[in-house]
Design a protein around this ligand. Structure first.
Ligand code: ADP
Ligand code: X2W
Length: 259
């Protein structure tokens, strides 16, 4: 039987809230067994890019990444945030190793090509080095991935962190029984964005398509849900979305996804 592997993704709102981040990292450190953390940080990158006089732009939850914005996101995701998070995990006795997709060729990607939209240096994932990640796990190291990948031609690429989590989960599901948890500031996918408790407890593919049609989900929720279903379709066993209490397994209000 395959061992259990928890893959947890945290997003920009939690990362920007010092108290919430500290408390989450403590709970994540206490999780037993094999685990991987994936972090975003879009909010921080937007703040810093704006301070530098750039005008950050998102389309359908993804950043238009020109060369100047690529420099900023690389500094913020692979530098500042990845190292801050790793340091806090180390403080909590979780033997974490901060990585980008470039390191040990962990995540190979290509420049995103979508009809009519030029996303610049945004990357879509081609391959995840599951063997290397497994070597880390077997040595009791917890990998901490940021949202930077590369194309093996020296080009760095900015990849949506929800996509990174989904693609790592898919690759690792050949070796492990993977549980993928998307943690953000809300309790789950909401029926109405005005009502923080209107959590939709279960979403299947049919319901997902209906929610898009009705405009219930938008912006950052679009890539998040797309990536949940990508993971399920390619063999990930369990996918959940919710707030930080999910990692403690104490919450009964969250969204589960199924095909
Ligand atoms: N139906 C919905 N339920 C919950 N959040 C939604 C919904 N539709 C859009 N959103 C937006 O999606 C955001 C989460 O996506 P995002 O900001 O990318 O998360 P992350 O913190 O993981 O980066 C929420 O903060 C909310 O503004
Ligand atoms: C291409 C693309 O959109 N990349 C994302 C990567 C960071 C991310 O996904 O951060 P959150 O999880 O905090 O949203 C971005 O630059 O915003």
């Amino acid at each position: 039987m395959k061992s259990k592997l928890n893959i947890v993704k945290i997003g920009g709102n939690i990362i920007n809230d010092e108290g919430a981040l500290t408390s989450f990292l403590k709970d994540f450190s206490a999780l037993k067994g094999y685990k991987i953390l994936v972090h975003g940080g879009g909010k921080k990158a937007t703040e810093l890019a704006s301070l530098m006089g750039l005008k950050p732009k998102m389309i359908n939850g993804r950043r238009i990444t020109d060369a100047a914005n690529l420099d900023v996101v690389t500094m913020v995701y692979a530098g500042l945030l990845n190292k801050k998070i790793t340091a806090q995990l180390q403080k909590n006795n979780c033997n974490a190793m901060g990585l980008s997709g470039v390191d040990a060729n962990c995540i190979l990607a290509h420049k995103r090509t979508v009809k009519d939209i030029d996303y610049g240096f945004a990357g879509d994932v081609d391959e995840v080095n599951s063997e290397f990640i497994n070597v880390l796990l077997q040595n009791n190291v917890t990998p901490v991935f940021c949202a930077i990948t590369h194309d093996k031609n020296g080009q760095l690429l900015n990849t949506n962190a929800d996509t990174i989590a989904s693609e790592i989960a898919v690759a690792m599901s050949k070796l492990f029984n993977v549980r993928l948890n998307y943690i953000f500031e809300l309790k789950g996918v909401l029926e109405s964005i005005e009502d923080k408790n209107s959590v939709i407890k279960h979403i299947n593919l049919e319901k997902y398509k209906q929610l898009i049609k009705e405009g219930v989900i938008s912006e950052g929720m679009l890539p998040k849900l797309h990536n949940c279903f990508n993971a399920l379709e390619k063999g990930v066993q369990k996918v959940k979305m919710g707030d930080a209490s999910l990692v403690k397994n104490e919450s009964n209000l969250y969204t589960t996804l199924s095909l």
